[in-house]
Design a protein around this ligand. Structure first.
Ligand code: 3SL
Length: 244
């Protein structure tokens, strides 16, 4: 297996695809996707574009759909939910499809949606994602961070490092055999630096600061937990994620 880390959708190659792509948006899209599916949502369908989301969700029964999403962290006007994982309670999402649009995470998903296997990961389901990777043994694995509007986000790369580190610990291969680009080494070093205090780095980073201004510290606390959900969101058709 060869691991590659790409910090943003924009830095992800366009001339090839991996066997498996792992999309990461710790704050907060891929945390919310894991929380929604864990709470019993039928699926999460991701859209980068609000108009397209409205068009496709219109044909879905009202009782079975929730429109969810944010722009700049704020709930899209008229939507049922924003992008907080804490809103994904069973009594809210069970058996419903979440039609979700977010600023960056859904764009990252779109960027690799043609890969043969696409899963999403966050700090909360890191071990489950790694279990899936060992089970399916992809030859090439890309971890794609969502960043913020084309810029690098430290929390996504730290999560990529957490996944890479766990793969390294559970594999017989050495780092030299496993890493496909230097970003993997950087991501592991970043995770090692912060692994005992992820909440602190989330509170300091630019997107964490943005969310704190929106009173979302409880979201940061939730997102900073490690391995609390045993669930892997997997793409069953482009943009549609279900529980594996
Ligand atoms: O950018 C995204 O995709 C979102 O996860 C951003 S937010 O945390 O909901 O503001």
């Amino acid at each position: 297996m060869k691991l590659f880390v790409y910090h943003t959708p924009e830095s992800t190659p366009t001339d090839r695809l991996p066997d498996c792509a792992v999309v990461i948006d710790v704050l907060r899209a891929t945390t919310t996707i894991a929380a929604a599916l864990d709470a019993g949502a039928e699926a999460v369908q991701a859209f980068s574009n609000i108009e397209e989301l409205m068009r496709q969700s219109e044909s879905w029964s009202k009782a079975k759909r929730l429109r969810a999403g944010e722009r700049g962290g704020v709930t899209v006007e008229g939507f049922d939910l924003g992008n907080s994982p804490l809103a994904c309670k069973p009594e809210v999402v069970k058996d419903k499809r979440l039609f979700l649009t977010t600023t960056n995470g859904t764009r990252a998903l779109q960027r690799v949606e043609k890969a043969p296997q696409v899963i999403t990961a966050a700090q909360i389901n890191r071990q489950a994602a790694v279990n899936y990777i060992f089970e399916t043994q992809p030859k090439t694995l890309w971890m794609v961070g969502s960043g913020w509007q084309g810029d690098y986000s430290v929390e996504d790369t730290a999560c990529a490092g957490a996944i890479a580190k766990l793969i390294l610990q559970q594999s017989d291969a050495s780092l030299t055999e496993l890493f496909g680009n230097d970003e993997v080494i950087g991501a592991i070093a970043l995770y090692e630096q912060w692994k005992d205090n992820l909440l602190n780095v989330y509170r300091q980073c630019s997107h964490g600061q943005r969310l704190l201004k929106l009173n979302a510290d409880d979201d940061l606390k939730y997102c900073s937990q490690t391995d609390i959900l045993n669930i892997v969101p997997i793409q069953k058709e482009p943009g549609v994620l279900v529980k594996y």
